[in-house]
Design a protein around this ligand. Structure first.
Ligand SMILES: C=C(O[C@@H]1C=C(C(=O)O)C=C[C@H]1O)C(=O)O
Length: 454
């Protein structure tokens, strides 16, 4: 691509003067956005990627103009509302809106999540370079603060895009060999037993317990390389990367929290898990057994009923789609899509606040489950939390549940996996289920790993 020339008329510059930020959208030649992400090492420490499971959208934000931490959905809604009126589109003929991208914490009131460093309490960026790929094309939206040198600043951003597109794609390094340690297994199994006892005593109906696998490598964890491997390995998943100067949170989740279009909210209930079979017949049998299993049915019913109730006030009617199996490479789940037309005046982040954490990640009732987790579990950081993007134009965006994921520094990482505990749960089976849920990320980070139990 030849270098792009930004053209701003004096009238456009005058219009910009009453705003804080100015945006300018450029169409890019066809080609995979993944290739650009692969070349983006110069922006390491400040990248966020979101790739929708149905390939309808990939977003790549880089060069944060602003960063927010200590987040709740309500706080992010306030930030969105403030920013919505602070930017102006200077694209001749009209361009795309800037977006906020990143993740909220699972529970700000939970125990501190030390390993997460600067990602611990949520991390949302306003990128200066926002690449967007849809089936109809590829664009980049540049965002600069309005100043006397706005035209030069936008041109410099455009030049950085040209340089990125011209950069050589680095030859991917072989994935590092990894040593893993399952943390606190005996304690966790005891906690499963105690949770089952609390459920049987009527203290709560369901709680989702997570555990951690610490991973280390003598080489280097490259979050973008992990993201690419996940994209190739994990069908039917949303891939994401939230990268700060200190950490990178990467994953491939099957679970949508909520997508807001102009007219609809779409969500999903994903709960109840089984392995994939080695042959189509074995796989079909495992799926049929999962659908027929009373414990998994009970676990799933709690989730689907609660989500339908929580979504109802924000829609004119909730439709619960047919029960299906959601199959990823290593795991299959019971799955229901849910959707409803938007209630006039409702906001995406209010729906995020209402839904998170669903009983697929927290429990039922929510308050009792969260209290149980705050007391018994180490902080989750962004694991299991809303991860996604939010437009600063219309109130549209999508948040997924940050599962099948890990957080990394250069040489160390933590993978997370959780499972729903109900009255009929057994610690050994739940441990096996969480082991299965570590599998996608282990495969994503390495071709060879050794796991120790601590
Ligand atoms: C908590 C996780 O997964 C969640 C729990 C599930 C279950 O209990 O069956 C299934 C899918 C997810 O909603 C995880 O993968 O870490």
């Amino acid at each position: 691509m030849n270098n792009v020339k930004i053209s701003l008329t004096p009238a456009a510059l005058k219009r910009a003067a009453s705003f804080t930020y100015a945006a300018y959208t450029i169409s890019l030649p066809a080609g995979s956005l993944g290739d650009l992400v692969a070349r983006s090492a110069a922006y390491a420490g400040g990248r966020v990627v979101f790739a929708a499971a149905d390939q309808s959208l990939t977003l790549f934000g880089a060069k944060p103009l602003r960063v927010w931490q200590d987040l709740t959905p309500a706080r992010l809604r306030q930030i969105q509302q403030e920013l919505q009126v602070q930017w102006v589109d200077l694209t001749p003929g009209g361009g795309a809106a800037p977006c906020l991208m990143g993740g909220l914490p699972f529970d700000l009131a939970g125990q501190p999540a030390k390993f997460w460093a600067d990602l611990a309490t949520g991390y949302v960026i306003l990128p200066q370079l926002l690449f967007k790929q849809t089936p109809t094309g590829k664009t980049v939206t540049l965002l600069a603060p309005v100043s006397a040198h706005l035209a030069a600043d936008l041109q410099e951003l455009a030049d950085q895009v040209s340089a990125l597109m011209a950069a050589d794609r680095p030859v991917p390094a072989a994935p590092p060999a990894v040593t893993g340690t399952e943390l606190a297994v005996a304690d966790w199994m005891k906690l499963v037993d105690r949770s089952v006892a609390a459920i049987q005593a009527g203290q709560l109906r369901k709680v989702v317990l997570a555990r951690q696998l610490a991973v280390t490598t003598g080489a280097h964890f490259d979050p973008v390389a992990i993201l690419h491997r996940l994209a190739a390995q994990q069908v039917n998943t949303y891939r994401f990367l939230v990268e700060s100067p200190q950490r990178a949170f990467v994953g491939a989740t099957p679970e949508r929290l909520v997508k807001a279009t102009a007219t609809e909210y779409l969500t999903a209930s994903v709960a109840g898990s089984a392995p994939r079979g080695a042959t189509p017949a074995a796989d079909q049998q495992l799926g049929a057994a999962l659908l027929a299993d009373p414990k998994n049915q009970a676990e799933h019913q709690i989730v689907v009923q609660r989500i339908a109730k929580l979504l109802a006030p924000y829609t004119t009617a909730v439709t619960i789609g047919a029960r299906q199996l959601l199959k990823n490479r290593d795991i299959q789940h019971i799955y229901h899509p849910l959707a409803g037309p938007r209630q006039a005046g409702s906001h995406l982040l209010d729906v995020v606040a209402a839904l998170h954490p669903t009983p697929a990640l927290g429990g039922e009732p929510r308050a009792a489950a969260l209290a149980w987790l705050r007391e018994h579990e180490a902080g989750r950081g962004l694991y299991g939390a809303p991860v996604g993007w939010l437009s600063l134009g219309a109130d549209e965006g999508e948040f997924v549940v940050g599962l099948r994921s890990g957080v990394f520094s250069a040489q160390a990482g933590r993978l997370y996996a959780g499972c729903g505990i109900v009255a009929a749960s057994h610690a050994a089976t739940e441990r096996a289920e969480t082991r299965l849920k570590f599998q996608p990320m282990l495969r994503g980070i390495s071709d060879s790993w050794t796991i120790k139990r601590n």
